[in-house]
Ligand binder design. Structure first.
Ligand code: S3P
Length: 172
């Protein structure tokens, strides 16, 4: 049985909500790579992007994976860009199966539109930006994923149970 489960996918696909619930179902812990980065740096993701730039943030994402390799029985919610570097995806796969959460762009917009903590979506037309980024990223997301669940039309609990079914961990 897997000792960790790694949730990947675009912003607003439910990685945090599903991850917390899934951890509860399993009696495991949940950790979010963005929170880990914020703790390491002592500042918010928004401030890191603004003061240090995106490449600096991306290097921190890679660093955080090394910390995660000591973790067991964790559901890990990854920032949406985490697996875009092939080396990151490869390292993460050693920590646990990569479960891709996806959602339709309209659903993503609805979920994130009131939130101000995602620097990449603080633009005049977030819907267009979501579509552009999905076009750039979707192939990689699908390529690296071990399994996938579309969260658009089902509850957090249903997503969690679907993940367990797909990973053959129903009895966990
Ligand atoms: C990003 C996603 C964010 C966060 C950062 C960049 C991305 O995480 O890591 O704003 O590139 O998709 P969530 O997917 O948890 O929102």
């Amino acid at each position: 049985m897997a000792k960790n489960i790694i949730l990947i996918g675009f912003m607003g696909t439910g990685k945090t909500a599903v991850g917390k619930h899934l951890a509860q179902l399993l009696g495991w812990n949940f950790i979010d790579t963005d929170i880990l980065i914020e703790k390491l740096e002592g500042k918010s993701i928004t401030r890191i992007f603004r003061e240090n730039g995106e490449p600096y943030f991306r290097d921190l994402e890679t660093k955080v994976i090394d910390i995660l390799s000591d973790y067991h029985y964790f559901v890990v919610g990854c920032g949406g860009g985490m697996v875009l570097k092939p080396a990151n995806a490869e390292k993460l796969k050693k920590i646990g199966p990569l479960v891709l959460l996806s959602a339709r762009p309209e659903v993503i917009l609805e979920r994130i539109k009131e939130e101000k903590n995602r620097p990449l979506l603080q633009v005049d037309n977030p819907f267009q930006r979501i579509n552009e980024l999905l076009t750039l990223r979707n192939t990689t997301y699908h390529e690296v994923a071990d399994t996938e669940v579309d969260t658009s039309d089902i509850s957090v609990d249903e997503v969690g149970r679907e993940i367990l079914k797909k990973l053959e961990m129903n009895d966990a």
